[in-house]
Structure formats: structure tokens, C-alpha cells
Design a protein around this ligand. Structure first.
Ligand code: COA
Ligand code: ZN
Length: 307
């Protein structure tokens, strides 16, 4: 249709279902994780966050990260990355052969302490060292600032606080920036405010956005960001994820819903929608529960009913 000449011609998507999704589901066998990643590699998606190297006590679901990564059929059309919470995680990821890392730090202190047992400032200090070691190994690091639109413990997080955390990581050498809407507190106007302030403060930085659909605003947030020229998003196949311990928590925006919406607006994703829907059906079988993706239920908009 190409209704919006002001939108980016294409977006880069990072599929995070195998990590952000599966870390929040009941543990699944290593072989099933590998199968899901292999299926995703064939969908045309450009990037996959395959695993995280975190404490197995904190997240038992990711305890087999090395084994998963060793067994994945790596497709040279895909860039694979790993999430890490600290230097130790980065060293594991580098030893496993990853050349792209996402290091996470929450803008709000309380969430950062709950998530990684450090203050935001302590994590940022560690990130400086982590970036140095990653660069020495030839790897690139994206700094993911979590709770960028709000914190489940502290409520609203000031834009200035998010810019401060982002600025420190960038000054210490982070190659790219991502904002995580950890518990789905963003709305389109808050997306405009934070993206606008970030562009003013750090005009040349590559920016990825990571939305959760916890309050139903996920795709609206994507549209607001697209209109500001953001062209890099995370999404999770089937809308996988959510937290079994947090009532109302939900996964990322579903990759196939994002693809379905933006492709019809003339924004290319590289993703084959039917293949992504098939991968979502596989993810649903894997976790054994109905996933929230509506495009998985209904199919592409042009799917017709046989008479
Ligand atoms: N991978 C594996 N083990 C790790 C590790 C890592 N990245 N970092 C630390 N450990 C181990 C240490 O070796 C130590 O093991 P030991 O008790 O057998 O000696 C133990 O964990 C405690 O180390 P410490 O540095 O004190 O960590 P901690 O207990 O303060 O936990 C984190 C900090 C960051 C490791 C932990 O909170 C974590 O993994 N959080 C990740 C949370 C997450 O993934 N959230 C969702 C994604 S945003
Ligand atoms: Zn997330």
C-alpha cells in the first residue's frame, strides 16, 4: 500500500523469542530451543538474540546457553547475539564465539538491583570494562537500558535518568543503544518524548527499541517510533514470554504481528510472514500453552476461507 512516505523503507528486526521469551516460560529441553532457533533462522529475520549468559541460579531456563549455541545451525544470513548481565557473562559469550553482545542495565536502581544485584552505577562501571574486553576480542556491544519507560518498583523513570545511563554506556564505548520497555509502561507519547530527547542528546547513535505488550500499546509504540525514523526493533515469535511470577506480565510484541503491520505500510522487514507464523506455531507447541499473537490465530490478512 505504501501509505506513509515518511516512514523508513525498511526496518531491521531482532528476534528475541529464544532468549526473552523462553527465559520466562517453563524450562524447555536444549534440543527444542535449538529447533526453534533453526526455524527462526529460515524466516528471513536479520538478527536473532539466541541465548543469555546469566547465572543459572537467577535464570535456570538459560543454564544450557553454551550447549544451545554449540548445536545451532548457524545461517550466514543471520546475525546472532547473546544477552549478558555482567563481565562474567560477557566472558562466557566471547568464549562461546559470539561477536555481538547485548549488555543490560536498568535505568532504575531498584530494578537493577532486583535483576542483577547491583546499583545502576555499579553496572555501568562494569560495562566500561566489559566493552573494553569485548572490543579487544573484536565483538560489538549494544547497551540495553531497561525500565526506560518505567519501573515496576519505582513507577515513572525520568527521561533524564535514562539519558544519563545511556550516555555513560556510550561514553564508555558501547557501539549501539537499545531501550527496553521491560514491563510495558510505554505509550506513543512517551516514546516520542524519550526518542526525541535521545536524538537531541546523541544524534548519531544507532537506536533499537524493545517493547513488551503488557498493556496493549506495543504496536502503537512501534508506529510512533517509525514515524520518528526509528528503524530497529526487537520482537518475539508468537509473543512468547511473560513472567509466571508477575500477574499480568506478558511477552514482547509478536514478531509476526509487527511484520504483518509494517509490511502493509510499505516498510520492508525481510521476513517471510508465513514462515514466521509457522515458527510461532512451533513455539506454541514447544511451550505447550496458547501464545498471545493474534496474527498466529487469524493468519495473514489476505488469507481467505475456502468455499
Ligand atoms: N553466568 C554464570 N554464572 C555467573 C555469572 C554469569 N554471567 N555471573 C556470576 N555468576 C556466578 C558466580 O560465578 C557465582 O557463582 P558461585 O556462587 O558458584 O561462586 C555466583 O554466580 C554469584 O556471583 P555474583 O557475582 O555474586 O553474582 P550475583 O549473585 O550478584 O548475581 C548476576 C548477579 C548478574 C549473575 C545475576 O543476578 C544474573 O544472572 N542476573 C540475570 C537476570 C536476567 O537475566 N534477567 C533477565 C534479562 S534482563
Ligand atoms: Zn524484554
Amino acid at each position: 500500500m505504501g501509505i506513509s512516505p515518511d516512514l523508513p523503507e525498511r526496518v531491521s528486526l531482532r528476534e528475541v523469542g529464544p532468549r526473552d521469551g523462553l527465559q520466562n516460560e517453563a524450562p524447555v529441553p536444549t534440543a527444542a530451543k535449538v529447533e526453534l532457533i533453526d526455524a527462526l533462522s529460515g524466516t528471513g529475520v536479520g538478527r536473532i538474540e539466541a541465548v543469555s549468559f546469566v547465572s543459572p541460579r537467577a535464570i535456570p531456563q538459560m543454564a544450557d546457553a553454551e550447549q544451545v549455541w554449540a548445536a545451532v545451525r548457524r545461517d550466514d544470513r543471520v546475525r546472532y547475539s547473546a544477552l549478558v548481565p555482567n563481565l562474567r557473562g560477557a566472558q562466557r559469550a566471547l568464549a562461546a564465539g559470539f561477536t555481538e553482545l547485548e549488555v543490560v542495565v536498568s535505568a532504575s536502581d531498584t530494578h537493577n538491583r532486583a535483576n542483577v544485584n547491583r546499583s545502576t552505577g555499579q553496572s555501568l562501571d562494569e560495562i566500561a570494562e566489559l566493552v573494553e574486553q569485548a572490543h579487544a576480542s573484536g565483538a560489538r556491544v549494544t547497551a540495553v537500558v531497561a525500565t526506560a519507560w518505567g519501573c515496576p518498583y519505582e513507577g515513572d523513570v525520568p527521561v533524564e535518568r535514562v539519558l544519563w545511563a545511556a550516555g555513560r554506556a556510550l561514553a564508555d564505548g558501547a557501539d549501539a543503544l537499545s531501550y527496553g520497555d521491560t514491563t510495558g509502561m510505554a505509550t506513543p507519547s512517551r516514546v516520542q518524548a524519550l526518542v526525541g530527547a535521545t536524538r537531541s542528546a546523541y544524534p548519531d547513535v544507532a537506536l533499537n527499541l524493545h517493547f513488551h505488550n503488557t498493556r496493549g500499546t506495543g504496536l502503537a509504540n512501534v508506529l510512533a517510533a517509525l514515524q520518528l525514523g526509528v528503524a530497529d526493533f526487537d520482537a518475539s515469535v508468537g509473543g512468547l514470554g511473560g513472567c509466571p511470577y508477575a500477574p499480568g506480565a506478558s511477552g514482547n510484541i509478536a514478531t509476526e504481528e509487527l511484520v504483518h503491520m509494517v509490511e502493509d505500510m510499505g516498510v520492508a522487514t525481510g521476513v517471510d510472514l508465513e514462515a514466521m507464523i509457522e515458527a510461532a506455531a512451533r513455539a506454541e507447541r514447544l511451550v505447550g500453552r496458547t501464545l498471545p499473537s493474534q496474527v498466529l490465530r487469524a493468519g495473514p490478512r489476505t488469507r481467505t476461507i475456502l468455499p
